[in-house]
Write a protein that binds this ligand. Structure first.
Ligand code: PHE
Length: 452
């Protein structure tokens, strides 16, 4: 049965498909603004440590569960243990929350692509350009609907494969271009201070909030704790090496995020003339900083246009995997037809995304702990739901399914599992204890019990 379900002809195909889902706005838009906000080098270091321990272990577990059962999240947990069926449902809620606001940001990317291709780069480099764009009503909504519509059409007509083929060429191009822009950015006066901020950890900056932000980012960026990797695993062949696949996906995903930070954070320093307040700009950071970089560059208009179209493709492949997941959840659970489900999910995401899109303008009065609607969605999915899903996944794998079952799956076909010991300890003890502590502190701070 499992072999029949296999869709990826070889290991490279699997790694690239998973990387296509993993590499997206999370790496290019989200990582840099979080790193800028949460202490630069401190955030980077915490992120890297979490990636090679937590991220690695969780991704191994999810892909192994998928490959073992040949099912996606809801079915997979249920088939392994009835009591854990709820976990699949909880995991499914995550992409439903993320997809709408992900498309709002995707819309911003499209807008900047349009600005650059129409030769209006210089206007977009002005300080108030981005704030005035997102505080509008119809314009951001229109771009959001366009991004969502593009994603929906691709999923509806089932032409993802074509997009994936194209993006296999475009993604490496994005990496090269990001590296180029980063190196260029470092030559601007003042950028070196930014580089130091980005690379040097300061232990005084370590806080529960920083760790929680890094962990949420890890889940988000690697498409973990929402069942997606389980689905991908269900399509993976038994004789593909699971451990080395996970390593490669991680290296690729983390590499792109690192480069994006390198491209954006030093530039913030260079253009703010030492004023650090921009560092906490949040979701708008990339859109405020990059036009300035391109504007200061020879042929910046061309480079910028190319950059935004490549980011658009990276975002599109991730959005497709988000929407596919949601569509298959509804189809599996409610036995709906594919076509109708696609239309339903499109309309649902459109309705759910409107408040996020308007949250910087007409709905800016809605705010909770200083967060806009989009930030609230982001917080609920990344800092609350995903840690909960991750916690139960660890408990499930550590104590019900047992790490050995996962290890056996990894070793299928005579493969080695070099990090088996670490995996066992992390999934059974370190990760769950850590997750409880982090969650408790985040909930406490959300309730205003104390500030972290
Ligand atoms: N990992 C993607 C990114 O970094 C976002 C994503 C999350 C995509 C979940 C699919 C599923 O942009």
């Amino acid at each position: 049965m499992q072999q029949e379900r296999s869709n990826f002809t070889n290991k490279l195909g699997f790694v690239l498909a998973a990387a296509g889902s993993a590499v997206g706005l999370g790496n290019i838009w989200r990582f840099p603004y979080l790193a800028a906000k949460y202490g630069g080098g401190t955030f980077l270091l915490i992120y890297l440590i979490l990636a090679v321990t937590f991220g690695f272990s969780l991704m191994i577990a999810e892909i192994a569960i998928g490959r073992k059962t040949g099912l996606s999240a809801i079915g997979a947990f249920q088939s392994l243990d009835k009591r854990f069926g709820f976990l699949g449902i909880l995991a499914s809620a995550v992409p439903i929350i993320i997809f709408p606001y992900y498309s709002v940001i995707g819309g911003w990317v499209l807008k900047y692509f349009a600005v650059f291709i129409s030769g209006n780069m210089t206007t977009s480099a002005a300080d108030d350009y981005f704030p005035s764009f997102i505080s509008g009503a119809f314009e951001p909504l229109g771009w959001f609907a366009l991004f969502l519509g593009a994603t929906a059409i691709i999923v509806l007509f089932g032409v993802e494969k074509g997009i994936e083929k194209v993006s296999k060429i475009l993604m490496p191009l994005l990496v090269v271009l990001t590296l180029f822009v980063a190196v260029y950015g470092l030559t601007i006066d003042g950028a070196m201070d930014g580089l130091a901020y980005y690379l040097k950890p300061h232990m005084a900056d370590v806080s529960a909030k920083t760790i929680l932000a890094a962990m949420g980012q890890l889940f988000y960026s690697m498409s973990l704790a929402m069942g997606i990797m389980i689905t991908y695993g269900s399509y993976m062949k038994k004789d593909n090496n699971l451990e080395s696949s996970v390593r490669q996906i991680e290296i690729f995903d983390t590499g792109v995020a690192f480069l994006a930070g390198l491209m954006i954070i030093p530039a913030v320093f260079a253009f703010s003339g030492g004023d650090r307040s921009q560092l906490s700009a949040g979701p708008g950071l990339m859109f405020m900083t990059l036009p300035k970089v391109f504007n200061s560059m020879k042929f910046g208009g061309v480079v910028g246009t190319l950059f935004f179209i490549l980011v658009f493709f990276a975002a599109l492949t991730s959005a497709i995997s988000l929407m596919e997941t949601i569509v298959s959840i509804f189809m599996d659970k409610l036995h709906w037809q594919r076509r109708g489900t696609c239309i339903f999910v499109f309309v649902l995401a459109l309705i759910m995304g409107i408040p996020s899109s308007l949250g910087f303008g007409p709905l800016s009065f809605i705010s909770w702990m200083g967060m806009s609607v989009l930030d609230i969605m982001d917080f609920v999915s990344n800092s609350v739901l995903m840690p909960i899903v991750a916690f139960f996944t660890c408990i499930f794998v550590g104590f019900i399914l047992k790490p050995k079952t996962v290890a056996d799956e990894v070793k299928e076909g005579g493969a080695k599992f070099g990090a088996e010991k670490m995996f066992t300890v992390v999934i059974k003890w370190i990760a769950p204890i850590f997750l409880v502590l982090i969650l408790a502190s985040s909930i406490a701070s959300a309730l205003g019990l104390f500030t972290i």
